[in-house]
Design a binder for this molecule. Structure first.
Ligand code: GCU
Length: 329
């Protein structure tokens, strides 16, 4: 009997050793993302969590809820402001409602390519906008910026070669005024809708088109309910990893530093996962038979959106826009 209990105790001790630090985390940060588990943004957050745990000896961890388990983006942004969610990876578009100056990142054609956007995000522009006072006043700040590639239009109706092809098409846009006005300026009729509602809206013909990047087109299954993807790349929307401001301030200095370090490292990891997934998604979408077309002349589109720049570029935004333009190659 005694021998049995000694063996049981040894087994328990071994099990505890294998299962990692004996103490529970002191701080658990509820973290949201509306993308599925294997998506680069969730992989970025998982990487951040592992690194953070290593840096803090298991004292701080992220409890990650992917796939919109905590709600659609607009709703989870409010929950992050309120502190019900601590960390939230979102698209910049709906965050423009908290700080208008962020609209500079959502202006159509503002980034020339991937490298241009990375240079901007890694420069003082990215840093200054992460902690812009309007954002902080709204109750959040950005820890870092993830990548989301280019956004182009996909349609069940017809391919887009020139702005005329958008006339009469109803296109879903994210909840952000600048996205609505950009699409309307291009000639489409814009309908605001949450990401999770787009599949059935396309399927039932409530909308004709939507716009997004390769991985989103693929993982949502939208490619099953559209026929054309026209690579106009009208937007490149960076994705802030937001944190509730009180949560951020209540962390000890040591934990905060570890969090910043883990967030920065996860940005690089996320970018490498992004490239891999974008290629893979493109292959899958092409194989599924969606007709893909390049848009050779985007100047026509750029001319159409000039009024959006006139309307949206405020005096405060102007210096940011100039710095973005200077960083173009
Ligand atoms: C991208 C982005 C999401 C966003 C979605 C949208 O997929 O990663 O965070 O919700 O675009 O179009 O709403």
């Amino acid at each position: 009997m005694k021998r049995v209990s000694i063996i049981v105790s040894i087994c328990l001790a071994l099990a505890l050793l294998v299962s990692g630090p004996a103490h529970a985390a002191e701080v658990t940060l509820t973290t949201a993302c509306n993308q599925p588990e294997d998506y680069p943004t969730v992989q970025g957050l998982r990487y951040m969590d592992e690194y953070l745990q290593r840096l803090t000896d298991g004292e701080v961890e992220l409890d990650i809820f992917p796939h919109a388990e905590l709600g659609e983006e607009a709703e989870t942004i409010e929950m992050t402001q309120a502190g019900t969610i601590d960390i939230n990876r979102v698209s910049v578009a709906p965050v423009t409602g908290l700080a208008e100056v962020l609209e500079v990142f959502a202006l159509p054609y503002v980034f020339e390519d991937e490298m241009h956007m990375h240079n901007v995000l890694d420069s003082e522009v990215g840093e200054d906008l992460s902690t812009h006072e309007d954002l902080i006043d709204s109750g959040v700040r950005a820890l870092t910026w993830y990548d989301a590639g280019q956004r182009s239009i996909y349609s069940a109706e017809q391919p887009i070669y020139s702005p005329e092809d958008l006339e009469g098409q109803t296109i879903r846009v994210q909840p952000a005024d600048v996205m609505v006005d950009a699409m309307e300026a291009l000639g489409a009729s814009a309908t605001v809708m949450e990401f999770g509602e787009v599949y059935s809206a396309l399927d039932t013909g409530v909308i004709d088109a939507a716009e997004n990047n390769w991985p989103s087109l693929y993982t949502t299954g939208h490619y099953e309910v559209v026929d054309y993807y026209s690579l106009g790349a009208h937007a490149r929307l960076p994705e802030p990893v937001l944190i509730n401001e009180d949560t951020y301030n209540e962390l000890s200095e040591e934990h905060r530093e570890a969090l910043m370090k883990a967030a920065e490292a996860s940005k690089h990891y996320q970018r490498s996962r992004w490239r891999a997934m974008a290629e893979d998604a493109e292959e899958q979408v092409r194989e599924a038979g969606v007709e893909i077309n390049e848009v050779d002349d985007i100047t026509e589109f750029q001319e159409k959106v000039e009024p959006v720049y006139d309307e949206y570029v405020t005096d405060e935004m102007q210096p940011f826009l100039e710095r973005i333009e200077e960083l173009a190659q």
